[in-house]
Design a protein around this ligand. Sequence first.
Ligand code: M6R
Length: 608
Amino acid sequence: MCGIFGAVSSSKIQNSLIEGLMKLEYRGYDSAGISVLSNTNKIKRIRCIGKVNELKKQLKASKIVGECGIAHTRWATHGEPNLKNSHPHNSNKISIVHNGIIENSDELKAKLLKKGFKFSSDTDSEVIAHLLADSFSKNNNTKNSIRSVVKQLEGSFAIGILFEDMPDTIIAACNGSPLLIGIGDNCNFISSDLHALTSKTKTYMPLNDYEIAFIKKNNVDLFSLTGKKITRKAVKTKQKDKTVSKNGYKHFMQKEIHEQYDIVNDAIKSHIGAKGLLPNIFGPNSDNILKTIKHIHFVACGTSYNAALVAKYWIEEVSDIMCTAEIASEYRHRITNIPKDTLFVAISQSGETADTIYSLKKAKNSSYKSILAICNVPESTITRLSDLVYLTHAGPEISVASTKAFTSQLIALLFLTMILAKYSKNKTIGKSILKQIKTLPTVLKKTFLLEKKIKEMAKNFKNKHHALFLGRGASYPIALEAALKLKEITYIHAEGYAAGELKHGPLALVDKNLPVIGLMPENNLVNQVLSNLAEVKARQGLVYIFTNKKLKLKKNEKTKIITMPSCGHFTAPLVYVIPMQLLSYYVALQKKTNIDQPRNLAKSVTVE
Ligand code: M6R
């Protein structure tokens, strides 16, 4: 799961490569590297452990320059994040960068070892370099060589290749991992995503699975795996080149948490008119399609999956529609039953999550009524593949820990709930949801007033090793999301549980050191959650209750109550997640972890 960038131009490209990589660093930051073809057509490579900034320093010192080059930022899959495993990988006159996983690399490596090739890394990617070197040495036809290598690769890959015998050319191929070709003026590019291209060019074309491209500064030749020439028109993106700053905040995560008020407010303003929800907000003709839907399959990963779980609670409460919410890495590999009139909904911040993309591709080949993407990134792979698209317009989310993407997904899903309610058993509930949505910005404003209190509370978590979050109903996914946030950026082991499950096992973990956080928006489940928390208190656990219901409980050393602003039943998940995000942020601040780029993670998970 890595970022690839490449450039071929009539002027020096090494700085462009660094700029491109910096924009792709969200895909991984274990190591970085570049290869350029020098003016004598020799491959010059430079690699470093860690971030692109380090590579930038080393590149400056090395004085390496060139007009054709490839670059890579790595998220380690095969092999530790060390120098020898950093990309590019070289073999003879070849240098390659790879994103994805070569599933048959062991098999290919064994064959290459027998032929005398020496491996200098533990990666699956290095086989590509040696296969190419082997093939090029035997075959004078570069196109045929690369075709034969690509045919041998199993798994997912986006590859950028430099070959000393093909000066001024980047060769690219992909299957299952996205790769775009940017078309500039006397300068062309390859990039894992559009975001890294827009400062260079607004014109691009996606490389499709099993296509091979030969990219020169003024020309792009595309071929299929059978060697057939492909003609493709480049398209123009509407995306602007945005440099995102922290705007005075200490971290992107803090800034993004605070942006949620505006994002929710904007979503409401742009989708709700005088008569309620505007028509077809999920895409052309979407209202007519939604009218006929009987089932929904939500598929997503991580935070986006937690948003899907909330939607399942909402939609089943207000309509006759049966919903399932499933983790994409599970969905994609199992046999699924698809009842008639089922809508498939992929939820993704990035639009590039590999498991979600594979699931969506599977769904496209199945009998779904329609495929809807709820996504933050326009022109991403997921939006390109979907019939219907709702863009969440949360703006670039830089922090690896997802915050504003989640609330922007929830508001979209609440809009979807309203539409489905209108066509279903409860015709009036939509009005009540609308009322709650309209007051949401004010409630969110009040929620942010708790920030100081939560900052104080975070001090109690600094030395904790475990934490438990409990909720029932639509607060259960918020408990999952709270636990995901805490573990992701503080490295404290945290679990989210449906409160009723506590007694079925996790209660064994409770002792005087375990903080248990109960999420209790005022609803018919409050008493049940209180009973579950009583089980914790009876075992000396530390209880933190977030609620907007007036409780008769006594606060004491072991029980803290954080009074939330009152909010609607349907909007509660959007409100209760805010203090959870703030809690994780301030605990991480206490623990001095790398908040925006936590260890071992990447913003966009582009491998299986
Ligand atoms: O871009 P996506 O929404 O598809 O990403 C899914 C997950 O990788 C993502 O939500 C991840 O769990 C976040 N780092 C959580 O904060």
